[in-house]
Design a protein around this ligand. Structure first.
Ligand code: DON
Length: 341
């Protein structure tokens, strides 16, 4: 008897394949239901401070789940390209840990939520480091470390690794990159503040350029869900089976997403949704359930914190309906200890 035809281990009375198909069907129904429920939520504003982002269609809305065994469940606009923006930050943080070393990264950037806006021009009192690698100052510091190690080859490295996580070759959206490069005066000021404090190397302008390119990588909601599932699957893309990130850096990436990923809404998000997550100004959100699931939503209308309005509500409801909050009684967490008892 093949494994798929074996009786299911639960009490459903079906074989494993039928059970899995039923379970998959339930997740598909769930994403479609969530899409239907929140498609009418039109609060929030599309980001315009990067001029090219103005052209996003505010009606676009996608929800995608990728499970740690490679199942994909999608509803709405999951194949619509948009730029990754700040959702790139945990990935470049993980990459910097792997390429520059953990000690070096934590000399330059903290792990404390700032409680301030993502583009605040501020450093941690006392240490003069950026508060964390999820706010712009910390992300530019991290990207500068990658530039210091790899120079002009750093962008290829970023694209290679994010592409492994997404399971397809990603590219930079030249229009959005040029648009932010031309108008990103605030980030330029932050880069020069970092240079003043010796937190980025002399090639601060080149590092800033690399940061603008990183933010302009073009993705879809389906890509982001696969990237989130790669983190959930401890660094290995669950669809291609290819490794993208080291298990130790994944732990750091998820930890920083849990405490700092949703900017000055991070505390409320941890309380309400309870999953490590990251948002971007173009409207993408990723969330991760360790060893189980990657979630992504795309909807360009943002709240005052810069988080997708529909994305926040859809993730909160998904967490509640599936018991995904880290401390939900339905979430059994690690089975490691019970294996020892
Ligand atoms: O640096 C910036 O301002 C943008 N390239 C990225 C900011 C961002 O995505 C913040 N997210 N909510």
């Amino acid at each position: 008897m093949s494994c798929r035809n074996a009786p299911c281990e639960c009490a459903c009375g079906e074989n494993r394949m039928t059970h899995n198909q039923t379970a998959r069907h339930e997740l598909q129904e769930l994403v479609e239901d969530l899409h239907q429920r929140y498609v009418g939520l039109t609060e929030g504003e599309v980001a315009t401070y990067i001029p090219e982002l103005r052209s996003a269609n505010p009606e676009h809305f996608g929800i995608c789940l990728v499970t740690a065994d490679g199942g994909v469940f999608a509803a709405g606009d999951c194949d619509q390209p948009f730029t990754i923006q700040s959702v790139s930050k945990p990935f470049t943080f993980g990459l910097a840990i792997e390429e520059a070393g953990r000690d070096k990264v934590f000399q330059q950037v903290g792990v404390e939520p700032s409680g301030d806006a993502f583009n605040a021009i501020e450093l941690q009192p006392g240490t003069n480091r950026p508060f964390n690698p999820m706010v712009n100052s910390g992300a530019i510091t991290v990207t500068a470390l990658l530039h210091a190690v790899h120079g002009d080859a750093a962008m290829d490295l970023i694209l290679d690794r994010l592409s492994l996580a997404a399971g397809r070759r990603l590219t930079v959206d030249a229009g959005v990159y040029e648009s932010e490069r031309r108008t990103g005066h605030r980030n330029r000021a932050i880069a020069h503040l970092l240079l003043n404090f010796g937190l980025v190397h002399e090639a601060a302008e080149a590092a800033l350029d690399l940061y603008f390119q990183q933010c302009a990588i073009s993705v879809t909601c389906r890509d982001l869900a696969t990237m989130a599932a790669t983190l959930g699957n401890i660094g290995t893309n669950p669809i291609t089976g290819k490794g993208a990130f080291d298990i130790h850096s994944v732990k750091d990436m998820l930890s920083i997403m849990f405490t700092c990923g949703m900017y000055d809404y991070s505390g409320q998000w941890a309380f309400r949704v309870g999953m490590p997550a990251k948002s971007g100004v173009s409207g993408g959100v990723i969330a991760v359930v360790n060893r189980q699931l990657g979630i992504a939503t795309y909807s360009p209308r943002l709240d005052a914190h810069g988080n997708s309005r529909r994305g926040t509500e859809a993730c909160a409801e998904l967490a509640s309906r599936l018991g995904l909050h880290a401390f939900d009684c339905l979430n059994v967490g690690s089975s490691f200890l019970s294996g020892l008892l």
